[in-house]
Design a protein around this ligand. Sequence first.
Ligand SMILES: Cc1ncc(COP(=O)(O)O)c(C=O)c1O
Length: 521
Amino acid sequence: MNQRTPSADFASAKELITFTSNRALAVEEALIFEIGRPDVAGVDLDEPEPFASRLGGLERQTPIGLPGLSEPEAMRHYVRLSQKNYGIDTGMFPLGSCTMKHNPRLNERMARLPGFGDVHPLQPASSVQGAIELMAELSNWLLELTGMRAAALSPKAGAHGELCGMMAIKAALQARGESRSVVLVPESAHGTNPATAALLGYRIVAVPSRKDGTVDAEEVRKRLGPEVAALMLTNPNTCGLFERDVIAIAEALHATGAYFYADGANFNAIVGKVRPGDLGVDAMHINLHKTFSTPHGGGGPGAGPVVFSESLAPFAPLPYVIFEKGGLRLVEHASEAPAPARPFGRLCAFHGQMGMFVRALSYMLSHGGDGMRQASEDAVLSANYVRASLQDLMSSPFGNRPCMHEALFDDHWLEGAGVTTLDFAKAIIDEGYHPMTVYFPLVVHGAMLIEPTESESKASLDLFIAALRDLAMAARRGDTARFAGAPYHAPRRRLDETRAARQPVLRWRQAPAQPETLPEQ
Ligand SMILES: Cc1ncc(COP(=O)(O)O)c(C=O)c1O
């Protein structure tokens, strides 16, 4: 490895200004509206034949304002944008709680097979029996891996899955004639958990974490009562730790008639090792884009299937697949659902994201049960390797005990250094890595959550660790210049994150034309 000391170079780095704003071959990209001209088009269409308008005077009178680009301009714009996108195919992406693992290309190939790629949700079931069989097969794998009874594939993301699972819980309670009003959520939970419960009208009661970062069954018991509908618990939790009291917690919930919702976003750490159904879980979503390597779609298309225990299975939403004499059938309406099913309704118009189903099943079949178990073990091993390699320089909130799939550090070790967690993360960008997750989980001060995943080789982990050690030593010796203005080498430096969050500019508006000013003679 190159052993140079970069701090001096960083300290002297100046804002580089060029005539074009480009930096060498890294081209500055304007918005498409700023490049385009209304009189330009990338296609050459014949003038339409004269026709009689049937809009009765409602025709648009002003231009629609589309950006006009020639074909090469449009190509260059989108190719350049794609090159600015740092992704798991570009380099290591250690974003904790997000599981940025490699998406095998075999999955992509399978998803593009015409029978799957061209399928349409409105085709008659008789013409898409293969696609329906794939959904049934995927459900079977999910049920086998989780030890649960029924699956709903339609939710479009983890958070959507939470909504689905909690709606089933609400329906089950209503069927019992109960309308409980409280949902328990541990302090360390992902924000989507309380948001989901609140969306369904529940009051949230927080459960504190123990000093070791896990939930104490006793604290749950203290908050239980006839008003409590469910507990939403992530396991392994957002601190990267396995909840050791999980069985006692499940028993306490069930004893009071409450349900156990498990946030399965971190299922990737335990696949093939533990079945949530065996721990007493009643409903759990699974983020296919995390555990089963389907791409993170930047908001979609995603998939967050939910699995249900025996007691909640009847309330699973429509549609779902059943086997019957003539073949496979998607049950689309509550009136067709065989007893004792009482589906709570449906979550979205169609059946879910077929492309994600194909990719996830392809991952499962190509890895097999043993391969998936190995992936979980490797993910945990990678995280512990990172943790153990940095523990002499960086502090951990819960001591140096082994973690699951992500290594958590706090900012205790930065005290007095003049460097914050945010500075440290920004400096990682200069080293060519997407930063880790920062300031989450909220229960940890200045949290830095690193999830290396099973995808990284030892060489890749070693380089990442060496880069972090170099930065950590710079911070500890007070080399604040390396951090204060970081990232120095990114096309954009520090943004005003508060302003971006509070006053987001979400719509482009044409700037008023400026008169051209000539240089004074
Ligand atoms: C613990 C946990 N729960 C829920 C979610 C929400 O999942 P999604 O982003 O797929 O909606 C996440 C996502 O990061 C998560 O980490």
